[in-house]
Design a protein around this ligand. Structure first.
Ligand SMILES: CC(C)(COP(=O)(O)OP(=O)(O)OC[C@H]1O[C@@H](n2cnc3c(N)ncnc32)[C@H](O)[C@@H]1OP(=O)(O)O)[C@@H](O)C(=O)NCCC(=O)NCCS
Length: 183
């Protein structure tokens, strides 16, 4: 089923194309916390650090590769996002932040790009996630990258979703699952 028939007005924009960066990042934060499985934080500072660990590098160092899904003409109505990195091996500061970043480092040459994605509850299952991924993959192909990957959990519900999006080259290490797509 095509997403365009359900939400005809959804459009995808780079973070750098949105005039109100502060509103966009507030929406990203909301969607991030509505999507993460971690709900307990000892303090506001710990909560902010958790957000920074997973999104900080992308929004500051690679904002062109942060894609937002917007509902309608209202630039503040953000319903999903993808944070991408086109050079996983070269993103040394990112490797320092993200736990277990190096587990699949031997695959970074074949699949240099990677991403994280979250869709706002209530907007899931309408094809937005697939559209965000397809847009980032298209951008990576235009840059002539050989592949894109993501890392998820072996038993995560989203595994089928990624495999349907073409991420079929799998490598399991402990509880982590690497899924790669050649371009
Ligand atoms: C995974 C996710 C990004 C997909 O976006 P989406 O817009 O719902 O995706 P699409 O409509 O293109 O495809 C639907 C598929 O998404 C997956 N999905 C839907 N809701 C989900 C949820 N709450 N958690 C995990 N995966 C989900 C399913 O595989 C679904 O296919 P199904 O019909 O076989 O169940 C989105 O559901 C989400 O944000 N989930 C929670 C957070 C998450 O898992 N993020 C990825 C972390 S690695």
């Amino acid at each position: 089923m095509g997403s365009d028939s359900i939400h005809p007005a959804i459009r995808l924009e780079r973070l750098t194309a949105l005039p109100d960066r502060r509103a966009a990042l507030a929406a990203l934060e909301e969607i991030f916390f509505a999507s993460t499985t971690r709900t307990e934080f000892a303090s506001d500072a710990e909560r902010a650090a958790f957000l920074d660990t997973w999104t900080g590098w992308f929004v500051t160092q690679a904002p062109d590769d942060v894609w937002m899904a917007l509902a309608g003409d209202d630039d503040r109505r953000i319903v999903g996002y993808l944070t991408g990195c086109k050079d996983s091996a070269g993103a040394v500061d990112l490797a320092r932040r993200i736990p277990k970043y190096d587990v699949f480092a031997d695959h970074f040459a074949a699949y240099p790009a990677h991403f994280h994605i979250n869709v706002r509850p209530g907007w899931r299952d309408h094809g937005l996630g697939r559209r965000l991924i397809d847009r980032f993959v298209e951008d990576c192909a235009a840059d002539r990258l050989p592949g894109v990957h993501l890392v998820t959990a072996v038993f995560a519900r989203n595994v089928d979703f990624y495999q349907r999006a073409g991420f079929t080259n799998a490598c399991q290490r402990g509880p982590l699952l690497f899924l790669g797509r050649c371009l």
